[in-house]
Design a protein around this ligand. Structure first.
Ligand code: UT7
Length: 334
């Protein structure tokens, strides 16, 4: 009997049309290209057009991911989207709308909420669904229109994030050289107040006191998050490599969540990854939350760096707090 492994069958991304530079921010807030570059590495980010919703971005990435897997939308058994900036406040889910735009009807679709770790969570779900033989072809998408929940008067947050989507098809294989070897995910709600998007609450008029009004935009304690991110991301890598008796040198690509170049460099240095191994897109795309890792994988794929069978180590950290890592072989024959 062959073992059934989950396998990453394709990768695709959508980059929205409006490229916004650091100097564009100098016109609206008290900031500088120098500060943003030095503290974050970010030079540009891409924002969706006013007419585009998150499901529009997810659709574009999803469509190409299905094509690259050699499939049609009718072959997809389930669509799962991770987003913190969905089309609607709570329903319908962005996955429902994305499925319909792709021409997929009467199949399951739902969203998950795991902030910047969303793509690793999606991989974990898809892996279980494949290994349990529940579904054959799963479309997972990290999609964000974070520009719709940014406070463009808060220089501490608005320069850091961008829009985008990354998608892939997860299918089954019997070949361990094409397998998703491991997905580890974790969370701790103790750190609720470090990174959050408040929700305006209505209250029955007779009940007092009224809840305080807090704006529904991203709030972040950058310094605290920075320290926890470096520590957690490093620990994730050490644990997942040890579990598989691998060392940093055995990995073709280290693909960390793209939040800050200083975080990535600090983690990369502690773990002895070479610059060639570390995938960097934060300079051009900034932090696209759940979309950042699949967008980074797509970047090395489209630049012909990523080859069939390559081993990638994915590593993410974000609001929740949530975190996770994965060891994934690339299974798309170029
Ligand atoms: O994706 C989820 C996880 N998120 C992250 O991983 C983000 C983690 N955090 C970070 O990336 C960094 O902490 C930031 C980039 C957010 C901030 O960098 P920092 O080196 O920690 O700077 P800081 O917060 O200590 O701020 C230094 C100064 C402050 O001024 P004072 O109080 O020292 O006078 C800020 O007000 O820089 C000021 N500042 C800015 N100045 C110009 C903050 N934002 C800006 C800005 N332009 N955009």
């Amino acid at each position: 009997m062959h073992h059934t492994y989950a396998s990453l069958k394709s990768i695709a991304a959508y980059i929205p049309p409006h490229c916004v530079s650091n100097t564009d921010f100098e016109k609206i807030i008290d900031t500088s290209d120098e500060w943003i570059t030095e503290r974050t590495g970010i030079k540009t980010r891409y924002f969706a057009d006013a007419s585009q919703t998150t499901s529009d971005l997810a659709y574009e990435a999803g469509k190409v991911a299905i094509q690259r897997a050699g499939l049609t939308p009718q072959d997809i058994d389930i669509v799962i989207v991770s987003t913190l900036s969905g089309d609607y406040l709570s329903m319908p889910s962005t996955a429902c709308l994305t499925s319909f735009k792709l021409g997929i009807e009467n199949k399951p679709a739902f969203d998950i909420s795991a902030a910047c770790s969303g793509f690793i969570y999606l991989l974990g779900l898809a892996k279980s669904f494949i290994e349990s033989k529940t579904y054959k072809n799963i479309l997972i998408i990290g999609a964000e229109r974070i520009s719709s929940i940014l406070d463009f008067t808060d220089r501490n947050t608005c320069v850091l994030f961008g829009d985008g989507a990354g998608a892939c098809v997860i299918g089954a294989t019997n070949d361990p050289k094409e397998a998703i070897l491991e997905v580890d995910i974790c969370a701790n709600g103790r750190y609720e107040n470090l990174l959050y998007t408040p929700r305006q609450c209505t209250t029955f008029p007779q009940l007092t006191p009224k809840p305080p009004k807090r704006e529904s935009v991203v709030h972040m304690e950058g310094k605290e998050i920075f320290k926890l991110a470096v520590k957690t991301l490093t620990q994730n890598v050490n644990e997942i490599l040890a579990k598989h008796q691998l060392s940093a040198q055995d990995v073709n690509f280290f693909v960390p969540h793209q939040a800050n170049l200083r975080i990535i460099n600090a983690v990369g240095k502690q773990l002895n990854f070479t610059p060639e191994q570390i995938v960097l897109t934060v300079q051009k795309y900034s932090n696209t939350s759940a979309a950042s890792i699949p967008m980074a994988i797509n970047d090395i794929y489209e630049n012909s760096r990523l080859k069939y069978g390559d081993l990638m180590l994915l590593d993410a950290f974000g609001g929740g707090l949530t975190w996770g890592s994965a060891l994934v072989r690339f299974a798309l024959k170029n």
